[in-house]
Design a protein around this ligand. Structure first.
Ligand SMILES: Cc1cc2nc3c(=O)[nH]c(=O)nc-3n(C[C@H](O)[C@H](O)[C@H](O)COP(=O)(O)OP(=O)(O)OC[C@H]3O[C@@H](n4cnc5c(N)ncnc54)[C@H](O)[C@@H]3O)c2cc1C
Length: 412
């Protein structure tokens, strides 16, 4: 009997690849016309762009390994740059090519527009966090945590709060301090300098994983049922019936808002945050000081240089920007970028439920469900991380391994 994977986002892809490599015959159901879910390529007026700008870090080890496994070469598909956080208010923190943790110490001490006293206090705070393994005694909001640590100056405004919003898609006032600390542990606080590197995609999201994975899976007998939205999932004593068809077992890798229809008992208490990506095409190109540039004091938070004059501005989390019409948002972002010439083309893509809101104490599921042959995957099911591609990929691998370990998917 075959094994079903429901949902062809990065979690479902990871699960399908792991099961196929373990010799299982897999059927992958995806409601959309192509794989990728919330990280996919979209066709817009003759261009192929991303449904939303995504950033990757060197710490995305399982994502990069999965890409390699299906024949996609991260060295060719990303531009790798040492992390630099620079914004339009003059803040500039660049990590040098020194071994960890020297790179962080140097970067902090050399940061522009930060008083010396604050730099030294922050370096001591980071050392304390490292010594404690980034485990916090409680899980307050990031804002309360930073208040308690005396992080109330320039580094908070220009580094911690923007990084929190970028990583958790939840503003510091609502975000989980422990999950943010986990992100810091595996990036800035990690043992490898390369983990902090920024990986800027040279190609659209489809080419990074969904397309090569689809080809890899199809070549190994995985059945891809695109455009098939699963309506019913019923676990029986010796299998799982999906829209009436019986499988040995199943991995359900849908976003949490789609869970209630399939597995009512597993739906947890998630709320959601939006993301908008505003694409602005300039001609001639409008160069940025660094391909990732922070915007402070306006609606946008970051702008990314996609090459050939295309800029992608990102607006994360609930905010006043949601009330603005697309044309107004474009005009405001253009102003915040300080460009003289008007963009020759623009497009706004809004993802209303881009990610779950990563709040303190949020209950997150693991791979196991009430039924021994049904497993959960998805960014929400990797409790260590906020909604990220790396969390999604790790959850997909974990669900596949859990099912294989418990012999829930039959024999190869
Ligand atoms: C605009 C935007 C920007 C982001 N930026 C970043 C970033 O910079 N870095 C980062 O790491 N992460 C980022 N994220 C988060 C990241 O995209 C997600 O965490 C990740 O894609 C989630 O993958 P997933 O497989 O868990 O879920 P999804 O991608 O939601 O996949 C679930 C899939 O299930 C399918 N599905 C649902 N119901 C059914 C059904 N009944 N039958 C069949 N199929 C079904 C859906 O169509 C979907 O394809 C961003 C997200 C957005 C939207």
């Amino acid at each position: 009997m075959r094994v079903a994977v429901v949902g062809g986002g990065w979690a479902g892809i990871a699960a399908a690849v792991e099961l196929t490599a373990a010799g299982r015959a897999v059927t992958l159901f995806e409601a959309g016309r192509r794989l990728g879910g919330r990280a996919r390529a979209v066709d817009l007026a003759g261009r192929t762009l991303d449904n939303g700008q995504h950033l990757f870090l060197g710490a995305y080890r399982d994502t990069l390994a999965l890409m390699r496994r299906v024949g996609a070469d991260p060295d060719a598909l990303f531009v790798r740059r040492p992390l630099r956080v620079i914004d339009n208010a003059g803040f500039d923190l660049a990590l040098p090519r020194l071994p960890a943790p020297l790179h962080l110490a140097w970067g902090l001490l050399a940061a522009r527009r930060v008083p010396w006293r604050e730099k030294l206090a922050t370096a001591a705070w980071m050392r304390g966090l490292q010594a404690a393994g980034f485990r916090l005694p409680a899980d307050p909001t990031v804002a309360a945590w930073l208040d308690g640590a005396g992080q109330t100056g320039a580094l908070r405004r220009h580094l911690w709060e923007p990084l929190c919003l970028a990583a958790l898609n939840t503003p510091a006032e609502r975000a989980s301090a422990q999950v943010f600390a986990n992100v810091l542990r595996d990036s800035l606080g990690g043992p490898r300098r390369a983990d902090t590197d920024l990986l800027l995609p040279r190609r659209d999201l489809g080419q990074l994983l969904p397309q090569p994975a689809a080809a890899w899976l199809a070549a190994r007998g995985c059945e891809l049922r695109l455009g098939h939205r699963v309506r019913t999932l019923a676990a029986t004593a010796d299998g799982v019936a999906i829209d009436g068809e019986v499988f040995a077992g199943a991995i359900v890798a849908v976003a949490p808002q789609h869970l209630p229809g399939l597995l009512p008992g597993e739906a947890a208490d998630f709320t959601y945050e939006p993301i908008a990506t505003v694409y602005l095409q300039y001609d001639p190109p409008a160069p940025l000081p660094f391909p990732l540039y922070g915007l402070s004091g306006g609606h946008g938070q970051w702008v990314i240089d996609r090459g050939d004059g295309l800029l992608a501005a990102v607006l994360s989390g609930h905010g006043a920007w949601e009330e603005l019409a697309d044309a107004e948002l474009v005009s405001r972002l253009h102003g915040e970028l300080g460009q003289i010439r008007l963009p020759v083309w623009h497009r706004v893509i809004r993802e209303k439920r881009a990610t779950f809101s990563c709040r303190p104490g949020l209950r997150r599921p693991g791979p196991a469900t009430a039924h021994p042959r049904v497993f959960l995957a998805g960014d929400h099911a990797w409790a260590e991380y906020p909604a990220t591609l790396e969390g999604a990929v790790r959850s997909g691998l974990a669900a596949a391994r859990a099912g294989l370990d418990r012999s829930a998917f039959g024999k190869p």
